[in-house]
Design a protein around this ligand. Structure first.
Ligand code: ASP
Length: 438
């Protein structure tokens, strides 16, 4: 029998109604053998996520303020879930222990991790699956990075012993024996690590949307869903703000060549989006996969005659950024010009200093600053070796009266980025979408 790893996000386990959907999904396919769960998320827009409430408990203790009331909201939510599911599981001793540990000054990571821990106990009980604490199988090395080698070893000795198991997401253990969490949304990473560790045939990521859309629905009306996207395309779109999976979740599955399927717990029959190998075929050449963008960049344009003959020019320029702890996003170049595209927030209180240092170090003929810029990326493996793609993008922008200030095409040919004014942002995305999607 094959092995599928299925991860369910916070909204999928927010209350009994949602958990019943999760149960039905798991029972519908016996190959769904390893289940990763988030902590219960919001039940409505005004509700709180359990993880946020747990962090709040920790902050209260740090400030020497009683946290009993916040903790009782958490306890009540879990107790209600157990009651509504009609389980005989007794959570009281677990809740008592956690409360005691939080009041005794437990770390923020430990405290936050209990949301997933408790949800894991409940789901394991409901499904009749083994409960495996990720403390035993997800490891961080002494630099607090994922320790892949040890993870694989533990999965082989601990997890694979269980034909079916529930594993709480979001945390693991350090080499000092402490609980450590990933960054927020990190249960996606747990799922990817488990999928890689058990050599799953697929990693299903169940959430509250039916996969990725070709553009942001708040900008483009009713954008088409993306049925297949490669890891690399996803990375490009995610970098530009299209979020459906934690950034760090891609790497473990990509390395192992395991496809990821994004599915909607509330609409399980929707096909969802498959994230697959970079070499995945594309149905039509000349098509795009998606469009995404980000606002609020500053472009610094440095011009100097015969820049190309000046040894060390680039290094001196970048030293001015490094000295001010600034990273850049893109660096398009001309013969005698270099542009640096930098997020506005990185330049707060630093711009004048950086400009002065560039002047002193590089002695440019001119130095110009363009604030309020946006970047829009058109991404697609269907663009590779296809003439006319850039022309279509630029014609669309021209017709929409959008002035292009910068153009950058990655050498992989799956991405064309244009720099435009912030105020043209939505207009540009709509125009490009219309040019490619009929
Ligand atoms: N519960 C954690 C969070 O809210 C992790 C997750 O849901 O993936 O960030």
């Amino acid at each position: 029998m094959g092995v599928k790893v299925a991860k369910f996000g916070g909204t999928s386990v927010a209350d009994v109604g949602q958990i019943r959907k999760v149960e039905a999904i798991i029972k519908a396919d016996p190959e769904r053998r390893y289940i990763i769960t988030s902590a219960p998320g919001k039940r409505s827009r005004t509700d709180s996520k359990i993880t946020d409430l747990l962090y709040l408990c920790h902050t209260h203790v740090q400030q020497d303020v009683p946290f009993k009331e916040v903790f009782s909201i958490i306890s009540k939510r879990y107790i209600k879930i157990v009651y509504d599911l009609d389980l005989s599981l007794d959570l009281a001793p677990h809740l008592e222990k956690i409360k005691k540990e939080i009041s005794g000054g437990a770390t923020a990571d430990y405290t936050a991790s209990r949301g997933e821990y408790l949800m894991g106990l409940i789901l394991a009980d409901l499904l009749g699956y083994a409960f495996v604490d990720p403390f035993q199988i997800i490891h961080f090395d002494k630099n607090e990075c994922i320790d892949m080698e040890q993870i694989h070893e533990s999965m082989g000795t601990i997890l694979k012993k269980h034909p079916r198991a529930v594993i709480p997401g979001f945390y693991g253990s350090t080499c000092d024996g402490e609980v450590k969490t990933f960054s927020r949304g990190g249960s996606d990473i747990t799922g990817a690590l488990v999928a890689s560790g058990v050599e799953a045939e697929i990693y299903e990521n169940w959430t509250d949307v039916s996969g990725l859309l070709m553009a942001d629905p708040s900008i483009v009306e009713n954008p088409k869903p993306i049925d297949t996207i490669t890891y690399r395309e996803l990375r490009e779109l995610a970098y530009m703000g299209a979020k459906v999976l934690h950034d760090e979740a891609i790497f473990p599955v990509k390395e192992a060549g395991i496809p990821v399927l994004i599915k909607n717990t509330n609409r399980p029959d929707d096909p969802g989006t498959v994230i697959t190998k970079d070499a995945a075929p594309v149905s039509h050449k000349g098509t795009i996969t998606g469009i995404a963008g980000k606002k609020d960049f500053t472009v610094i344009v440095i011009e100097k005659a015969l820049m190309n003959t000046e040894v060390g020019f680039g290094r001196r320029l970048l030293t001015a950024l490094e000295a001010n702890n600034i990273s850049f996003e893109h660096m398009p170049t001309g013969i005698d010009t270099i542009s640096l595209v930098i997020e506005d927030k990185q330049l707060v209180h630093k711009l004048d200093k950086v400009l002065a240092e560039i002047k002193a170090e590089c002695q440019p003929d001119s130095l110009e600053v363009y604030p309020n810029m946006a970047l829009v990326a058109t991404v697609g493996r269907g663009m590779i070796h296809t003439p006319g793609i850039a022309a279509r993008i630029f014609t669309a922008l021209h017709r929409a009266d959008v002035n292009i200030r910068m153009i950058d095409q990655g050498s992989s040919e799956i991405n064309v980025i244009v720099g435009i004014e912030n105020s043209d942002f939505k207009q540009a995305i709509r125009a490009i979408y219309k040019a490619f999607v009929k």
